[in-house]
Design a protein around this ligand. Sequence first.
Ligand code: HSE
Length: 414
Amino acid sequence: MAGVAIMGYGVVGSGVAEIIAKHPQMLSARAGQDIYLKYILDVRDFPDSPFADKMIKDFSIIENDPEVSIVVETIGGSTFAYDFTKRALLAGKHVITSNKELVAKHAVEFFEIAADKNVNYLFEASVGGGIPIIRPLNQCLAANKVEEVYGILNGTTNYILTRMIESGLSFEDALKEAQALGYAEANPSADIHGDDACRKICILSALAFGFHVYPDMVRIEGIQNIGAEDIEMADMLGRKIKLLGRAKRMEDDKIYLSVSPYMIPATSPLATINGVFNGIMVKGDSVDEVLFYGRGAGKLPTASAIVADVIDAAKHDRARKWMDWEPADPDRIADCRQVAHEYFVRLQSDDFSAVLAKATEIFGEGNILQLVKTSDTVGGIVVAEIKEGLFFEKLDALKTACGEGVVANKLMLF
Ligand code: HSE
């Protein structure tokens, strides 16, 4: 018998309760022992919930109940969630989480406690919602030296960009829709500014390259500056704008880490991934490219990954799953300024031709690969591959020569 306690009865936590209630025999058969929901911990009251009789407010009830062997953490954040996860592991209980913030910040500490107590700390739902990616990367692709992991890791921003592209919705209206559908974080700023995708690329990078990556080691940019003109000009260039997380092994074996909106070719498989769907590409030295695709956020897809972890924990009740990595190694992180990309630059000026002439002079004539325009005063150039540090120096020179306002936006090409 494996008693389960869910901590946090929000969108995902309620989905976990629903799935356990929907398929008790099937889940128990797959786990090799009876799985049953014993408690739901939340500070709020849910008198009308079908699980009202399981609601508790005191974590120590879970901590001290020997019938609870599996704890699901869907609280989010890293305050109560950190404290309760640590105490649950120390009490010898498996912990299953969808909380990428907590994994990205504290996984190494939790792995140590889990190893000491011979229990599992599992986090399949922390990346890609319902998409199986953690186990495939850790187990099925274990024969590969991973060259790169990249993809669309945030459902909310992909939903917003898709609605802006396909239906001409404003950023604000598209965000409201994503929130109403339960995709966004409690504070959607983490989605918009790239922090959520950042936490996910930290986790994928750790699995792929074997050492912990903290969020502050990643170069982050969100989608807040993307305007309708960028979307229109991307289309003219045969491209689409997608927020991508990237972890790439460079020639010197250092890892380049970024979260940023990129202009990707419209023919890329990732360009066809729309709405809340996520797509994660893994490049291995033997397998070549593998693409993982599915719903990256939402109640039941995310709960599906959690309940699979619950089954796995129950099946490995006395033999811990080895799902961990080494502590962080800052020496292995590449300096972003030394990494080269092609760039798109959106320029705007009443004297557009003068700004274009100056940009051509600064970047060098042969380095302006393409020019597109949406009006007499707004256009975009594609600049040939250039190291990021040097690109920013040249952009500053352009602003100094023509005025800060002439550079409206810039995006990397992929
Ligand atoms: N806010 C996240 C997203 C939820 O939109 O992808 C899933 O991690």
